[in-house]
Every structure is written in C-alpha cells, then in structure tokens.
Design a binder for this molecule. Structure first.
Ligand SMILES: Cc1cc2nc3c(=O)[nH]c(=O)nc-3n(C[C@H](O)[C@H](O)[C@H](O)COP(=O)(O)O)c2cc1C
Length: 357
C-alpha cells in the first residue's frame, strides 16, 4: 500500500501555500501517515499563530482525500491527535477498498494554480456562481461569499488592493515577499519553492523595475516621492476589477482545526473553479492581517496602518454581508489565459520520512 500512499501524497502536495512555503512534512508508516506543520517555513506577518500555514494544510488534506479513491484507497483523517496547539496536524489512516469511483474534482488537482493575470472581465454564469458557492457545503463551519454584481465587486476591489500598499510600506511584509520571489527560472528550479517572478505576470518594464524594488531603501526613496505604493495599489485594484467575482471563505470559529477546515473549503472552491475553466487568485493578505490586528498583535504596524486595517475589516464585512465570522481567505475568480509559470514543489522525498519497509 505504501506505493499508492506516496502517489496520493504526490498529488496532496500540489496544494497552495502562502508564498509557496510548503510548510509540511510527512511520516509514512503504512497504512498510517502523520502530517506535521513546519512553523519555521512561513515566518511572515501574514502567518499569525500559523493560521495561514494551517489553511495550506487544509488544502493539502482536501487534495489527499480527493486523490485517494483514484488509487484504490479510502482515507480517514483525524485532526490534531495531540491537541490543537501541536504541530502534529493530522493522522491519516489509509485502507484498501474496491469499487471506489474517482472524485469529480480529481482531474483538477494537477491543473489548479494561482493565476495573477489581468482577467477578462466576463460575468460568471448563474450556474458557475452557484457551483462555487456550493463547492464546500460539506465542510463544517465554512461559508463562501461571492460578490453579487459589478458595483459590489468594484467596492471590494478598492478594499482588497490596500494589501499591496501595505507590502510596500511595511519593511517586514516587503522583505518576506521579496525573499520568496525567484527572479530567474533557474533559481525557481533550484529552490523548488517560493514564487517564480514570471507568475506575477508583469509587463517586461515592470518586471525589471520589480527587481530593483527588492531593495527596501530604494522603495523608501521612491515612496517618499509619493507615488510608488499608490501606483501599485492602483494596479492591484485594476486586477481585482478584471475578475468576474471577488470571493471570501469564512470560518465560524478561529481554532486551529477551524483554519484547517477553512483551507479545505478554499481548496474545494478552487478545484471547482478549475473544473469550470475558471482562474483563481487568492488575495489573502488582508484577511490575515485583519486577523492579526484583531488579536491585538499590532506591534509591527504604524498606527495609521492599524486604523486602515480596522476600516478595511468593517468595509469587507459590510460589503460581503457577513457577521463576526473569521475571514479565512479572500480571492478573485474569473476567466483568463493560463498562468505563465507554475510554482514548483520540493521533491516528495525531501518532505517524507518512511518508517518500516
Ligand atoms: C493561505 C494562503 C494565502 C495566500 N495568499 C496569497 C496572496 O495574498 N496573493 C497571492 O498572489 N497568492 C497568494 N496565495 C497563493 C500562493 O502564493 C500559491 O498558492 C503558491 O505560490 C503556490 O502556487 P500555486 O497556487 O500556483 O500552486 C496564498 C495561498 C495560501 C494557501
């Protein structure tokens, strides 16, 4: 059974993770697999108390459960067997089973990716809208919201783009992002993590300028001239407006298992979007920072940024019409040509320890 389990894990790790940090490790002791979070992989301000990494783990577990039947396996997942504060995220028990049919989302697993292009501004059909809303119905505590019309989408675009401003005004956010950009295809292949610069889909001139913006001092100088973060914010707003809809996944509570469920819900929406021929771009930054500030961890931000984040939270909740649920994941979804460069994954052997024979 070990070989089938490894095939399932190969698909499980195609899951998204913040800046492609891949914060996971497996111990395979067939028929059991233990999944661990690696807290040092994602040290960004977005990953407050590992919540962003737990969203990634949720996506991974959803992939695993979708993949298993195609390899003749049933999987039973037990979350946090040693308590929710532990890095031991899940124990998975596999069992051979006959007559399983492939999950309808199986074909989407290797095709799902982050598409940061300008989208085609086409409206979603009513069926697609409904299918995305229903994609994660079975995930406890998770709820999906999608903007209903052009006016609502444009309002949300104005809010979401503020994350990009913060990245170019906060040195820690800036450094983490640039540490995870792979500036050449060779660097992307060598590290097999982070994000290939090509996946940012920038015009050639902007790509060159972006390389210079790696230097925080240069960013400060250009910002002092008063236009850099504003220009970047405008570009992000344009990207949001080009989407067919802007979406949000919320979770009822904010325990670690709830964030894992948020990740499962997000992945189901994303795989369903992929199945429908739609592209998706998580714009999760703002939700993560709002959560951080809401938990009182304001230390790394200026008073102005804290106030901005509080205002943005109010705006997002009002526009989506959600209550006091936790904002787990914001995204835009729509139609576009495929992304220019995939984000690579570490070879499975680097993240799997095999026990026994
Ligand atoms: C919790 C989480 C937050 C993310 N936030 C963002 C984001 O704010 N902006 C963005 O462009 N991509 C975001 N992503 C997408 C990741 O960068 C992407 O999944 C990763 O680079 C791997 O690429 P892939 O999705 O194409 O496989 C996020 C992913 C996760 C799981």
């Amino acid at each position: 059974m070990k070989d089938q389990i490894l095939k399932v894990l190969e698909l499980a790790v195609t899951a998204p993770s913040g800046d492609n940090c891949q914060p996971w490790k497996f111990v395979v002791d067939s028929p059991r697999v233990r999944l661990y979070n690696l807290p040092d992989k994602d040290t960004s301000l977005y990953n407050f108390e590992q919540k962003a990494s737990l969203i990634a783990h949720g996506a991974l577990l959803e992939n695993l459960q979708i993949a298993a039947p195609a390899f003749g396996l049933k999987s039973e997942i037990k979350l946090f067997p040693e308590g929710q504060q532990s890095d031991f995220v899940a124990e998975i028990l596999f069992e051979k089973a006959g007559g399983l049919s492939a999950d309808p989302l199986f074909d989407s697993l290797p095709r799902r990716n982050t598409n940061r292009r300008q989208y085609e501004r086409r409206p979603l059909s009513g069926e697609a809208h409904q299918a995305l809303l229903a994609a994660s119905d079975d995930i406890p505590g998770a709820q999906v919201y999608l903007s209903k019309d052009e006016a609502e989408k444009n309002q949300l675009a104005q809010l979401l783009c503020q994350n990009d401003r913060l990245v170019f005004e906060n040195p820690r956010l800036h450094r983490f992002l640039f540490d995870h950009i792979r500036f050449t295809p060779e660097e992307a292949a060598r590290t097999a993590d982070g994000m290939d610069l090509r996946s940012f889909e920038l015009p050639a001139m902007d790509r060159m300028a972006f390389s210079l913006l790696k230097n925080w001092k240069a960013v400060q100088i250009v910002n002092s001239l008063g236009f850099l973060s504003k220009k970047i914010t405008k570009q992000a707003e344009k990207l949001c407006r080009s989407a067919s809809a802007i979406g949000l996944v919320t979770i009822a509570e904010d325990g670690n298992a709830d964030f894992v469920n948020g990740g499962r819900a997000m992945e189901r929406v994303w795989l369903e979007a992929t199945r429908l021929g739609l592209q998706l771009h998580p714009m999760a930054g703002l939700g993560c920072l709002i959560y951080r500030i809401g938990r009182g961890a304001t230390g790394e931000f200026s008073q102005e940024h804290v106030a901005t984040l509080r205002d943005l939270e109010g705006g997002l909740r009002k526009t989506f019409g959600c209550g006091d649920e936790t904002l787990a994941m914001l995204f835009r979804v729509g139609y576009a040509a495929p992304g220019s460069a995939p984000s690579l994954r570490k070879p499975l052997k680097n993240v799997v320890e095999i026990k026994g024979t």
